[in-house]
Design a protein around this ligand. Structure first.
Ligand code: 5RP
Length: 225
């Protein structure tokens, strides 16, 4: 089974959790896209809250009705991918630069299900570079504060994410700094330190947010709680 087969199996399993009448948070990334496709195929009467412009576009193409987060009182179920799944369902997210909207939708959700291929499970978070969303104004100075924090946590300094078109800009108009790979020994303390920096909008550590994980493996989809 390829990693993509595993992502698809997890996405399809998650689509089975959805019932008509639900408000559903739609994650971002290739695994979440499998979920969105499987959900659209079920033709349920639901409304989706997209976590990125890219997911909104895909959902619209597939005929899923969309609603803005601020136009609903609550989200019943959010299904989203992750870059790493660590102990106690701690996560790194934001590889697709959508961490801010993702976290806002997750935090408004009654139930959050993370879907992934087997390679995303790790014993400790940090091999995947932790994304941090930073406002553009003064970002070089913010980057220096982040480098100080990285040093405190025995991590290497973060770097601004670039593509061939220049600095990566998020849907919210901010930048992404990626922490260099390392072992994050104290995710909660790191999360708190990152949030304390003026200029940091949010970071990709999702702690105590996932209720369960559906992980595609060669032996089938495994449910973790
Ligand atoms: C986007 C995310 C994605 O969920 C994460 O990057 C996983 O992506 P994929 O499913 O393509 O492996 O956090 O911001």
């Amino acid at each position: 089974m390829t990693a993509d087969d595993q992502k698809k199996a997890a996405g399809e399993a998650a689509a089975e959790l959805v019932q008509s009448g639900m408000i559903v948070g739609l994650g971002t990334g290739s695994t979440a896209a499998h979920f969105v496709r499987a959900l659209a195929a079920r033709k349920l009467d639901i409304q989706g809250v997209p976590t990125s412009d890219a997911t909104a576009e895909l959902a619209r193409e597939l005929g899923i009705a969309l609603v803005a987060l601020d136009d609903v009182k609550r989200v019943d179920l959010t299904v989203d991918g992750a870059d790493e799944i660590g102990p106690a369902l701690s996560l790194i997210k934001g590889g697709g630069a959508a961490l801010l909207r993702e976290k806002l939708v997750w935090e408004a959700s009654r139930r959050c299900v993370v879907i992934a291929d087997a390679a995303k499970r790790v014993e400790a978070l940090g091999k995947f570079p932790l994304p941090i969303e930073v406002v553009r104004f003064g970002h070089v100075h913010t980057g220096q504060r982040l480098a100080d924090i990285a040093a405190e946590f025995d991590l290497l300094p973060p770097r601004p994410r670039r593509s061939e078109r220049g600095l990566t800009i998020t849907d919210g108009g901010n930048l992404i700094y990626d922490m260099s790979p390392g072992r994050i020994e104290s995710p909660a303390a790191l999360a708190e330190a990152l949030k304390s920096v003026t200029g940091v909008v949010d970071h990709g550590l999702f702690l105590d947010l996932a209720d369960e994980a559906l992980v595609g493996t060669d032996a089938g989809v495994v449910r973790l709680t």
